[in-house]
Structures are given as structure tokens and as C-alpha cells.
Design a protein around this ligand. Structure first.
Ligand code: LLP
Length: 427
């Protein structure tokens, strides 16, 4: 058998020994004590890797205020508060993420309310609150903003418009958001008319054109294409209402889960900055995954082994309810024993304990010799891990633990059985 995964990429197990500075480096000793005291499954984050993850972006961009960490990747308050200390901003998609950002200490002026097409009342409430900027991406949001503007006495609010550039960015189809058929943003030819209407309202300050192409991108090229489109729109808008002050290129820079060959923020920033020559607008970046993915792992214990002909499998106490990325996107994260080495051919499947055959954490792994009771770590699970966990099968969601050097702390406890039915009533 070969060491390659089905798409011809290296398998996650073939990562070289060079570990990235922004990847979790948590000792086996610490993982054992977490497993014993907190139990498994458990998300474990390395605070210093979080620092390094955002540090890499700050080094690339320069001004932390031009970075809006995409909260959706990991909204744990301890993680958000850690990032806040760097002076970066935050991009939130929902009133829930907005509330979390505030709870973690982000000042309103550093909050971009963007994300998805939002209900009209969310737009109104965000503007009333005074977020730093709100990104509108559908007609009903524009109507809500204009209605707010016509009656507000709170002073002007910064507004952005999300453009749907019609670009296939090469991500997993579920994660592409800039295609012509995507539900996000306005077609470019709709922008001038909306921009002018917004500009006419003294309580609204349209200043930003935004896009978000998708998530998990491994090349700078689609960003360049989309930025060129924003630049031509910027020229069209020049003299038609408020000047465009900012170009928000969204998030999306990927993590190579199969190797350590992550695309570098500095390459993206350098390429895009070069294209701005002569334009009086700044760039904004909304990275999520590339900040926190490497900084987390999911710790799980092997429950039992299944020996089917040609398909040996280990069944773990973590499954798709804790970590959905394989079930949803076929994502292959490295899964390695906490003790000992990978061994044998890449033929072992790593399964979860729930009632579906699709409850898979990874396939084709070199995990022969693994025994019930062994601890495994599913790597690079700091982004889109816990935030996508569910209570399916009435499984309490796992705890989250933050390791800082030689100490660790539970920053969200495991849900209890009572948590499962909180608020429910039997009439
Ligand atoms: N900005 C906007 C407007 C977004 O919609 C997103 C992600 C980001 C920024 C951050 O993108 P990132 O840098 O993290 O790629 N659940 C999926 C990811 C969905 C991302 C949705 N939007 C996954 O597990 O891969």
C-alpha cells in the first residue's frame, strides 16, 4: 500500500519532523494528566501557539487594527481574550459571536459585524450598539441600515458592502463563498447604486468593499483576481458618493493538514499590497483558521478495536459530534498516538462511537498496534473544532483546556447530563 491519501496528496501521517512554531507543542505528560483529571474527549489548546498564530499575521500586516480575527473559527472566551491582548480586531457573523467578542473584552470599535446575510434586527442592533463596521450583503440589510440611518441620533456608523466576485477559489465546494451562485454578497454591478444610496445618508459612512472567497485556500491567486475587481469598483465609485477607504479581503488562507507547508500570510499581504499602488485605501484581513487551527488538538481515548477484513479500525470516545470536519468535508487531520510511534501500513480507520457509519475521524492511518485505553491526539483541531460540536445522540460536548507553558486550565468544562436538557419542559 502506498502512503498517499485518495486525492494524491501526502497522507497526514507523512508530515516531516519540522514542527511549525505556531503548532501546539504539548507534552505527553501534560496530555496524560489532562486525560486523567478532565477525561476524554477534550479539546486542548496551546496558548503560546495561539500567540504565534496571530503574531505571524501581525508581522505580515504591521498594524494589528487591520486584522479582524474571524471569531467563528474558535469562540472560546479564553482564546478570544488571548487574541484581544494583541490589539487586533475581530470579525463576528452573528449576534451570539458579537456578544462573545464583547464578553472577551473587545472594544466595539474593533468589531466588524460581517459574516453572513443578517436579519434586519441584527443589523439595526449592531448599528445601535456602535460596532466599528458593519458589512451588508443583501438588499434587506441595506434597507435596515437606511432605516436606522434615517432615525438615528447616535452618530455615523461605518458600513461596508460585500461583493460576490464570481470566483471559484479552489476550496471544498461547501467552503467556497465567492462563486456567482453563492448566497453571499452583491454582484459587482449592483454596488454603485447601493453605495450612492448609503452615501446620501449622513448617519452612514460607506467606506469598505469586502469579499470572502472561501476557506482553506492554498494559493494567493484568487485573492489577486478578486482584489483587482474591488480596485476597478473603487475607481468606478470614485466621485460617486463616499470614497472607498478600505478593501477587506476576508479570511480563507488555509492550513495544509497533510504537511507543514502552510501558505504564509506574508506572501498574501505582500502580493496584495503591491496591487494597491496609487489607491488611497487600506487592506483588512479576516483570518480564522490560519490563526488557531494549529494551536489545538482533540484528545481522545481508544475504546475498542474492530477487525474487519482489510479494514482494521480503532473506535474512539471522540466522534463526529465532537469533531465534524471529516464527516462534513472528508478532512484528514493527522491522528497520532500520545505515546509511541505510528506503525504499519496506512490501513487503519479511526472511528467515532455514534450511531452512524459516517462517524469517521480519519482513514488510512498507520495506527497498528494501538490498544484500547491508548490516548490519541487529532492534530490541528484549534479551528472549526469545538465550535462545530453538537449534542447529537445526547452526547455532552467536550471540555476545552488551555495549556500555557507548564500549566493548564479548563476554560470550559465538559457539559453535564443536566446541560443536555436545560430549559426543556415536560408539559
Ligand atoms: N470572514 C468571513 C466573512 C468568513 O465567512 C470566514 C469563514 C472567515 C472570514 C474566516 O475564514 P478562515 O480564515 O477561517 O478560512 N467550517 C469550515 C469553515 C467555514 C468558514 C466559513 N467562513 C471548516 O471546518 O473548514
Amino acid at each position: 500500500m502506498s502512503g498517499s491519501s485518495p486525492r494524491g496528496r501526502p497522507s497526514p501521517d507523512s508530515r516531516s519532523e519540522r514542527i511549525l512554531p505556531h503548532a501546539a507543542a504539548i507534552s505527553a505528560e501534560a496530555l496524560h494528566s489532562i486525560a486523567e483529571q478532565v477525561g476524554t474527549p477534550a479539546y486542548v489548546y496551546d496558548a503560546r501557539a495561539i500567540d504565534a498564530g496571530i503574531g505571524r499575521w501581525i508581522d505580515a500586516v504591521g498594524d494589528p487594527a487591520c486584522i479582524s480575527y474571524a471569531a467563528k473559527a474558535n469562540t472560546n472566551l479564553a482564546v478570544l481574550a488571548r487574541l484581544e491582548r494583541f490589539g487586533v480586531g475581530i470579525e463576528v457573523a452573528t449576534p451570539g459571536e458579537l456578544a462573545r467578542a464583547r464578553k472577551a473584552g473587545f472594544p466595539l470599535r474593533r468589531i466588524v459585524f460581517g459574516g453572513v446575510p443578517k436579519p434586519a434586527d441584527a443589523v439595526r442592533d449592531g448599528m445601535r450598539l456602535g460596532v466599528g463596521m458593519i458589512v451588508l450583503q443583501s438588499a434587506h440589510e441595506v434597507d435596515a441600515a437606511l432605516a436606522y440611518g434615517s432615525e438615528s441620533t447616535n452618530g455615523p456608523v461605518n458600513v461596508g458592502l460585500r461583493v460576490r466576485p464570481g470566483i471559484r477559489a479552489g476550496a471544498h465546494p461547501s467552503l467556497e463563498t465567492g462563486r456567482t451562485d453563492a448566497k453571499f454578497g452583491f454582484a459587482p454591478d449592483q454596488i454603485p447604486e447601493i453605495w450612492q444610496r448609503l452615501s446620501a445618508d449622513p448617519n452612514l459612512v460607506p467606506r469598505t468593499l469586502a469579499f470572502h472567497l472561501g476557506s482553506g485556500l492554498d494559493s494567493v491567486e484568487p485573492y489577486e483576481q478578486a482584489l483587482d475587481l474591488l480596485l476597478s469598483l473603487t475607481r468606478v465609485l470614485d466621485g460617486h458618493g463616499a470614497p472607498v477607504r478600505e478593501l477587506d479581503v476576508g479570511g480563507g488562507l488555509g492550513v495544509d493538514y497533510a504537511s507543514w507547508a502552510d501558505p504564509e500570510p506574508r506572501d498574501l499581504v505582500r502580493n496584495l499590497t503591491e496591487r494597491l499602488a496609487g489607491i488611497g485605501a487600506e487592506l483588512r484581513f479576516e483570518p480564522g483558521r490560519s490563526v488557531v487551527a494549529r494551536a489545538g488538538l482533540l484528545l481522545t481515548r481508544v475504546l475498542y478495536l474492530r477487525h474487519r477484513r482489510d479494514y482494521p479500525a480503532v473506535v474512539c470516545d471522540a466522534g463526529q459530534t465532537d469533531f465534524a470536519r471529516h464527516a462534513l468535508y472528508g478532512a484528514q487531520h493527522a491522528i497520532v498516538p500520545v505515546d509511541g510511534e505510528l506503525s504499519g501500513d496506512p490501513t487503519v480507520e479511526v472511528l467515532g462511537p455514534t450511531c452512524e457509519s459516517g462517524d469517521v475521524l480519519g482513514t488510512r492511518r498507520r495506527l497498528h498496534g494501538t490498544q484500547p485505553g491508548d490516548l490519541l491526539q487529532l492534530c490541528d483541531a484549534g479551528a472549526y473544532g469545538f465550535v462545530m460540536a453538537s449534542n447529537y445522540n445526547s452526547r455532552p460536548r467536550p471540555p476545552e483546556v488551555l495549556v500555557d507553558g507548564s500549566s493548564w486550565q479548563v476554560v470550559r468544562p465538559r457539559e453535564s447530563l443536566e446541560d443536555l436538557w436545560r430549559g426543556e419542559e415536560i408539559p
